[in-house]
Design a protein around this ligand. Structure first.
Ligand code: GLN
Length: 488
């Protein structure tokens, strides 16, 4: 019997009834990674021994009466989370072989909940990208079509869940990196409110937007995992101390009369027409649930990408200055002096996209261009946040597409760097404004998944999760699987 496409909730029931043990589930996951990962490249580190040990401990804890909902469930972490005793590379040559001396808070929380970590997922280098092609360890593939990208930067996490390697992987989202890959791989992903989940031990890209979240099959599973991930952390001063709601207890709360704002700018020229039709059909499903669709406008949507690509690289250039070849990470051979050490370690250790961002950031932060670019971008960010706030004072949730297209081809030379940046045109606003947002499977276009995006009020994860959950009670998109093994 195979459990590979089972949800966390499903596995939980089978673990509780004794139909399967965590050691058996973990073995099945490891075998599946061994079989399928050569064609997916979704996982870049596996620690079998540690996983089986954790699984055995979870089984023992269960026998002693522990019934924590996540106990014994196998999972993977995006390789941006620091893990003790396991390498953390951020998919960069710069951190190849780096082993952190501590666990990220997210890792600690999920370990404490009894989850079994199998290893680490591929990603775009330092989380910069929308296709998982900037990884030092090679591109990750989309299980629905291995000639296509899984999206990025949490591409490995999305691919792993979609292929049934694990029911959960963590992701991070700075401009769309949980939602866009979740959409392209047909899974459910949630980017929480900025500050809901601790960033401690999560390697920094753009600190004012970076946020960790769950990538799983269903909203119900995301709710269970967010409950364990979220919460105040004395080690991250930007982490909120607001009480973490019991998200999973509110999934059935009534959505009758919920106002769902549909921004007209999300259905503009950038959107593929088949994707648009799919999203429109999903909006009708929300209406059938009793939600009220309201036309709204976010006029600055088209400014989001350019604003983000000033702010994110500026923050990245500051954050990535710590990789200097001295303290940790890659160091060049035989440096002639300190300058040479810095220069060559960074030149050789970072990939092209990361270097591009560092250069852009250093430029926009320089005295001569600060006012023109960085200050301006901060002002536009404020404007965009205000627009979202105004709209969300009239509606409960905003809905639209997660990404403008379905998964695109790997190594697509017709796609320019700015085309790639446009992948996040619908997701970036929620990051600039710090709002929670999720992507929910909403259809299939030419054999590839489409995701619907839901954006909520600050700390409004409860609304997103219950709307998504009830949508998933009416639809089957989240249950479709890519049939990897038939092709294999
Ligand atoms: N694709 C966007 C970028 O390249 C977003 C990345 C992210 O959310 N980490 O920056």
């Amino acid at each position: 019997m195979t459990f590979c496409y089972e949800t966390i909730e499903g596995m939980r029931g089978k673990l509780a009834s004794g139909a399967i043990s965590s050691v058996e589930l973990t073995r099945e996951s490891i075998n599946r990674i061994t079989d399928l990962n050569p064609s997916l490249n979704a996982v870049i580190t596996v620690n079998e021994e540690r996983a089986l040990d954790a699984a055995a401990k979870a089984d023992a804890a269960r026998r002693e009466g522990n019934s924590s909902p996540l106990l014994g469930i196998p999972m993977l972490h995006k390789d941006i989370f620091c893990t003790q005793n396991m390498p953390t590379t951020c998919a960069s040559k710069m951190l190849e072989g780096f082993v952190a001396p501590y666990d990220a808070t997210v890792v600690k929380h999920l370990n404490a909940a009894g989850m079994v970590t199998l290893g680490k997922c591929n990603m775009d280098e330092f989380a910069m990208g929308s296709s998982n092609e900037t990884s030092h360890f090679g591109a990750c593939k989309n299980p629905w079509d291995t000639a296509k990208v899984p999206g990025g930067s949490s591409g490995g996490s999305a691919s792993a869940v979609a292929a049934g390697l694990v029911p959960l992987a963590t992701g991070t989202d700075t401009g769309g990196s949980i939602r866009q890959p979740a959409a392209l791989c047909g899974i459910t992903g949630l980017k929480p409110t900025y500050g809901r989940v601790s960033r401690y031990g999560m390697i920094a890209f753009a600190s004012s937007m970076d946020q960790a979240g769950p990538m799983a099959r269903t909203a119900e599973d995301c709710a269970l995992v967010l409950e364990a991930m979220a919460g105040a952390d004395p080690l991250d001063s930007t982490c909120s101390d607001q009480v973490v709601p019991a998200y999973s207890a509110h999934l059935e709360d009534c959505v009758q009369g919920m106002r769902v704002g549909v921004p007209k700018e999300f259905f503009a020229n950038d959107l593929n027409s088949a994707v648009a039709e799919t999203i429109e059909a999903s909006l009708k499903e929300l209406e059938k649930l009793g939600a009220k669709l309201v036309d709204v406008s976010l006029p600055s949507t088209s400014l989001g990408v350019s604003t983000y690509y000033v702010i994110a690289p500026a923050e990245a250039s500051a954050n990535l200055s710590r990789y200097d070849g001295v303290r940790y990470g890659y160091r060049c051979d035989n440096p002639t002096d300190l300058q040479d050490l810095y220069l060559r370690s960074r030149t050789e250790g970072f990939g092209e996209e990361v270097k591009r961002r560092i250069l852009i950031g250093a430029f926009t932060l320089s005295a001569a261009s600060y006012d023109q670019y960085f200050m301006k971008a901060q002002q536009v960010r404020r404007l965009i946040s205000q627009e979202y706030e105004d709209v969300l004072s009239k509606v409960d949730v905003i809905a639209g597409p997660s990404a403008p297209n379905t998964a695109f081809a790997l190594n697509d030379s017709s796609k320019s760097i700015t085309d790639m940046y446009m992948e996040d045109v619908f997701t970036i606003g929620a990051n600039l404004a710090g709002l929670p947002a999720m992507s929910v499977p909403a259809g299939i276009v030419e054999g590839l998944p489409v995701g619907m995006q839901l954006i909520g009020r600050r700390f409004g994860e409860v609304d997103l999760l219950r709307l998504a959950h009830q949508f998933q009670q009416r639809t089957t998109w989240h249950t479709l699987t890519p049939k990897m093994e038939e092709r294999h």
